[in-house]
Design a protein around this ligand. Sequence first.
Ligand code: PRP
Ligand code: MN
Ligand code: MG
Length: 179
Amino acid sequence: MLEDIEKVLITREELQKSAEELGKRISADYRGKKLVLIGVLKGGVVFLSDLIRHIDIPLDLDFISVSSYGDSTRSSGVVRIMKDVDIDVMGKHVLIVEDLVDSGLTLKYLKDLFQARGPKDVKCCAALDKPSRREVEIEIEYKGIEIPDEFVVGYGMDFAERYRNLPDVCVLKPHIYYE
Ligand code: PRP
Ligand code: MN
Ligand code: MG
């Protein structure tokens, strides 16, 4: 697996520092409010597990599974729900937790989906932001690290379901993508 890596783009230390800062901001902003954190499977789980350990206020945790990329490096543009949340978000503050906002299509879909369920508000926290690839205008209220236009894996992110367990955010050698 390590032999497939071209370079490390964001180190585990930078990711930890960013998760800590975001967790502290979220703790301060949502204190005294009914917070529901929604992890977006599968990519969002690694960041989510780092983030929640830096949030020191009560919260409900749930997961939704959506996919738009399949085994390709390009979004299909069609977002599909594979598993919905169990929690009723009515009257609560929803915070969607994502690993990456790329075209923005997934986040736009999720924000609209939860907005329609009667919450107090819907915001997003993303570990990484790739603004150069945005196709829809979308606000990321809690934004981690900005990255250039490269296909990244690791820290939850996959290429054809592999490499999610790499601790750093990495770029693969070109031949891996083209094989
Ligand atoms: C990836 C990533 C984000 C989304 C971002 O998920 O985890 O959820 O794409 O891309 P976008 O801004 O262009 O919509 P993917 O669809 O690959 O599913 P996965 O999390 O299960 O890998
Ligand atoms: Mn995802
Ligand atoms: Mg994926």
